[in-house]
Design a binder for this molecule. Structure first.
Ligand code: C2E
Ligand code: CA
Ligand code: CA
Ligand code: CA
Length: 277
């Protein structure tokens, strides 16, 4: 038994160090990618569910590796979180999205809304609101065309300071959306207190519409909750016409998903947008 135990312990620590090595390698790669400008943003349209009119886009981070692969953000954002890269990358995302927004506005898309994801680490940083103000000022964008997407995790353990910060941001004219609502731990009262503008219905709930009774129920509940709190609801991950139809019936106003458009690099998105008019 002793031998077995030791054997296991060795195996375990070897696994650990392999994982640790992989993490360190990826982290080094990420630092290089960031400094070599191998990160870019893709823009995915957000539309009015009734008319199909494009209302704006969500900026989604991409990492293009040297060998042409594209690493999804879920894989490297947690890594950035642990390494102090969150804040510089987050600021880069903010400024890049603002510059693109300015360009689209100059092209005549004057009511276009740009939604930007902000991680809880970035949001909690004392310098976040000032950095936001500088980005708006330097890029000369209308704050009314900017939206921040926050997840429930920003509020955990910091409900009062989060509420205050959200109100400060909204006073700047920038809107705030609650992302991935219902997938974490926050309660209904937290959502009420945070006082955001928009509620995003998570893809996991949209995915089951038409297939699974329970998940349809959750999407419906989230939309009803949005109405109750006077929030606009936007469903993400809409892939099928049937989902659009059901969501409309549930009273959801806006949508985002492959049915309307995939995330596209800046140039491609610009051309796509021009073709919609
Ligand atoms: P999210 O904020 O929930 O973003 C929506 C995700 O759903 C995106 O994945 C998008 O590409 C995907 N999606 C949209 N429509 C469809 C659809 O119809 N079908 C399917 N199957 N998927 C769809 P993506 O781009 O891989 O991003 C994953 C997550 O990474 C995001 O989830 C967000 O939490 C995070 N993220 C992305 N960009 C940033 C960023 O700039 N900063 C931070 N902090 N997080 C980011
Ligand atoms: Ca988002
Ligand atoms: Ca989301
Ligand atoms: Ca989601």
């Amino acid at each position: 038994a002793k031998v077995l135990k030791r054997g296991r312990a060795t195996l375990f620590s070897e696994d650990l160090s392999a994982a640790a090595r992989e993490r360190i390698r990826m982290l080094t790669d990420l630092r290089v990618a960031f400094s070599a400008e191998r990160l870019f943003l893709a823009y995915q349209p957000q539309v009015d569910l009734i008319s199909g009119k494009v209302l704006g886009a969500e900026a989604l981070l991409r990492w293009q590796t040297d060998d042409g692969r594209s690493i999804p953000p879920d894989k490297f954002i947690p890594l950035a979180e642990q390494s102090g890269l969150t804040v510089p990358i987050g600021e880069w995302v903010l400024r890049t999205a603002c510059r693109h927004l300015k360009r689209l506005t100059d092209l005549g898309h004057v009511t276009f809304r740009m939604a930007i994801n902000v991680s809880h680490t970035q949001f909690r940083e004392p310098g976040f609101v000032p950095a936001l103000g500088r980005a708006v000022h330097d890029c000369q964008v209308d704050p009314g065309q900017l939206e921040l997407e926050l997840t429930e995790s920003v509020a955990i353990g910091h409900i009062d300071s989060t509420t205050a910060k959200i109100q400060e941001i909204r006073r700047m004219g920038i809107s705030v959306a609650m992302d991935d609502f219902g997938t974490g731990y926050s309660s209904l009262s937290v959502l009420k207190q945070l006082n955001v503008d928009r509620l995003k219905v998570d893809r996991s709930f949209v995915k089951e519409i038409g297939e699974d009774g329970d998940a349809t129920g959750i999407a419906e509940l989230v939309i009803a909750l949005g109405h109750q709190l006077h929030l606009v609801t936007i469903a993400e991950g809409v892939e099928q016409e049937e989902q659009r139809r059901q969501l409309l019936k549930m009273g959801c106003q806006e949508g985002q998903g492959y049915l309307f458009g995939r995330p596209m690099p800046a140039k491609e998105f610009e051309a796509w947008l021009a073709a919609q008019r």
